[in-house]
Design a protein around this ligand. Structure first.
Ligand code: XIL
Length: 590
């Protein structure tokens, strides 16, 4: 054994000497391997295609999360699903055509040509090339720069859109439009060629128009496909890009999860109280297309995500027989991939319902029964679809009337659900949600419960009735919007109310907190930290959530129809932390 060991040792010494003699060659070989490793690593996720490929088939993958689109062997089948956005009074305002936000898009394309074949056109077909993802809220949608090609009957309309992000919805319109006749419109082949600051549109081999790229796509090309009138459908049988220089066809689904900072407010809160969740309402477009936003959302400050609007009725159930969960699925998928739990908002609400819901008749007993079945079906389908993925739901949102107590309604809001079913709509909704997912925690969510005493008494009486009837309700969401001076929340009052609910066997959550900055950053910061602290130190208050990531997307409609930019959140428009965020960090670190 000893002889064998010393022989091995000699062999090793010999080999090391050899390596030393040939050290430069050895280094060169190791270097080449390291370089190859780095190149492979860099190219690993973003590229579906290498930059040198000449023609890229954009239909290959990444179309499985697009509303109204079904990928099949002969191409993408596009059908009318009638997604629209209503005004606060429930009247139709704008169409909400789908974009492939969670799928294939082009990034930094430089010059390119895109060739498409629109086949089996039945009625009309629209294809759009967006420079950035439009901002979609539940009362309006702001169009961004892009090119829109709309085929109807015997013509094609080419429209160039400028950036309408800050424009009132009613004032959004294309910068220029051109309409041309088409000889045949059941199959149309299109080519869009971008060369420097010019973009040329060709249809069926004919050159239609050359536009300046000023109002069109620059950094990215997001793709939109839609059928815009009832009954319309078509098939995108070919979509290829060529001439791409530094560009790649990206697929937003394949992006890796974001790294989490260990000093985020979620981590700090967990250290103080394990299991406590710090949440935020999020919007899908920026979560995929704005990396500043996504890094902030997923970088460790939050452990829970509430889809701000994506689960509201008009987005997922746009027509009586059409459920389309694809966009909400994408947001839920992205949240779960980044290890955020999801709170569902909201199943039964007086707002954000599509026009068809608002138009349901409620005169006869059978009308009312239909309304009830429509509500139950919506809850079953939605909660069932997300079973195991969405941990808790706002089953009923804002059941109370505005600040005065409505005569004869026990203070309840007179919307369609109440008018058809009376107070029983609430118990029915909770039962349906519980049956669809017995493990989900079920909430009633309301604003103005933090201060106004009369409102609180009305609410308390309501939840007491529900509890005594054995309705499967787990807790209460205090929206905690502090919109203007005078709305400030008193700590002791809030704490008392949370404790009262705990005695009834109900948990609480601060569900939608945002605070105006009209009294300055210090007052704003104090209000945030005070309310967060009340919740964190009350055992029955299980989570605290703010109603938006940053002021960059903090937009609301003014009464005159113009768009307002608010200053209410923890990050500002430049995505820098505000004093409010620092106050939460300090409070949680002390
Ligand atoms: C708001 C959204 O944040 C906006 O994007 C939308 O345009 C209007 O609705 N109470 C609620 C939320 O329960 O659904 C509301 O969300 C804010 C008030």
């Amino acid at each position: 054994m000893i002889a064998e060991d010393s022989f091995m040792t000699k062999q090793w010494i010999k080999m090391i000497r050899r390596l030393y003699e040939y050290r430069y060659l050895t280094l060169a070989i190791v270097g080449v391997f390291v370089l190859l490793g780095v190149v492979a690593w860099l190219g690993r996720s973003s590229m579906n295609v290498s930059a040198s490929d000449n023609t890229v088939n954009l239909l290959k993958s990444g179309w499985n999360y697009m509303p109204g689109v079904s990928p099949q062997s002969d191409g993408l089948h596009v059908s009318y699903i009638g997604r629209g956005i209503v005004k606060q009074d429930g009247m139709f305002r704008q169409a909400n055509p789908a974009i492939n936000t969670y799928g294939t898009y082009l990034s930094t394309p430089g010059d390119f040509a895109i060739h498409g074949t629109l086949a089996n056109i039945n009625g009309g077909a629209t294809i759009r090339f967006y420079d950035s993802v439009p901002i979609v809220q539940d009362e309006f949608r702001s169009e961004t720069r892009g090119l829109e090609l709309k085929i109807t009957k015997n013509n094609i309309r080419v429209a160039a859109w400028g950036d309408a992000t800050k424009r009132a919805p009613e004032k959004q319109s294309p910068v220029e439009t051109h309409t041309y006749a088409l000889a045949s419109s059941s199959t149309v082949s299109l080519s869009i060629v971008r060369s420097g600051d010019k973009m040329t549109v060709n249809a069926n081999g004919n050159n239609l128009v050359t536009l300046s790229t000023r109002n069109l796509v620059r950094d990215r090309v997001w793709l939109g496909l839609s059928a815009e009138r009832p009954g319309d459908s078509w098939v995108l049988s070919r979509l290829e890009a060529d001439g791409l220089k530094d560009s790649v066809a990206n697929n937003a689904q394949t992006a890796s999860p974001y790294t989490k900072s260990s000093s985020g407010i979620q981590a700090l809160a967990t250290a103080k109280r394990p299991g406590f969740l710090v949440g935020v309402a999020a919007t899908f477009g920026p979560a995929v297309s704005d990396t500043d936003y996504a890094r902030t959302l997923f970088g460790g400050d939050f452990g829970q995500l509430t889809p701000e609007n994506a689960l509201k009725w008009q987005f997922i159930h746009p027509q009586p027989d059409v459920y389309d969960f694809s966009e909400a699925d994408a947001l839920v998928d992205l949240a779960r991939k980044n290890k955020l739990s999801v709170h569902g908002h909201t199943l039964v609400f007086g707002e954000a319902n599509p026009a068809w819901v608002r138009a349901l008749p409620i005169v006869t007993a059978s009308d009312k029964e239909r309304v009830k079945q429509t509500m139950i079906d919506h809850i079953r389908q939605t909660v069932g679809h997300f079973k195991g993925k969405i941990a808790s739901w706002d089953v009923v949102n804002e059941p109370l009337a505005d600040y005065d107590t409505d005569a004869g309604t026990s203070g309840l809001r007179k919307h369609l659900w109440y008018e058809a079913l009376g107070e029983s709509y609430i118990a029915t909704a909770f039962k349906a949600a519980h049956e669809a997912d017995p493990r989900a925690k079920l909430y009633i969510n309301e604003f103005g419960l933090e201060d106004d005493d009369e409102r609180w008494q009305v609410f308390l009486a309501l939840v007491s009735r529900l509890k005594s009837q054995g309705v499967p309700i787990d807790g209460v969401g205090f929206q905690s919007h502090v919109y203007e001076p005078g709305d400030e929340i008193d700590r002791a009052t809030l704490r008392g109310r949370i404790q009262t609910l705990a005695k009834l066997g109900l948990t609480s959550r601060i569900s939608e907190m945002d605070v105006h900055r009209e009294n300055g950053s210090t007052a704003q910061a104090k209000q945030y930290a005070d309310i967060f602290n009340v919740c964190l130190t009350e055992p029955s208050c299980v989570s605290w959530s703010t109603w938006g990531v940053s002021d960059r997307y903090n937009m609301s409609l003014d009464d005159d129809g113009s768009i307002n930019q608010g200053q209410d959140f923890l990050w500002d428009t430049r995505m820098q932390p505000t004093q409010a965020l620092r106050s939460l960090r300090d409070m949680l670190s002390s």
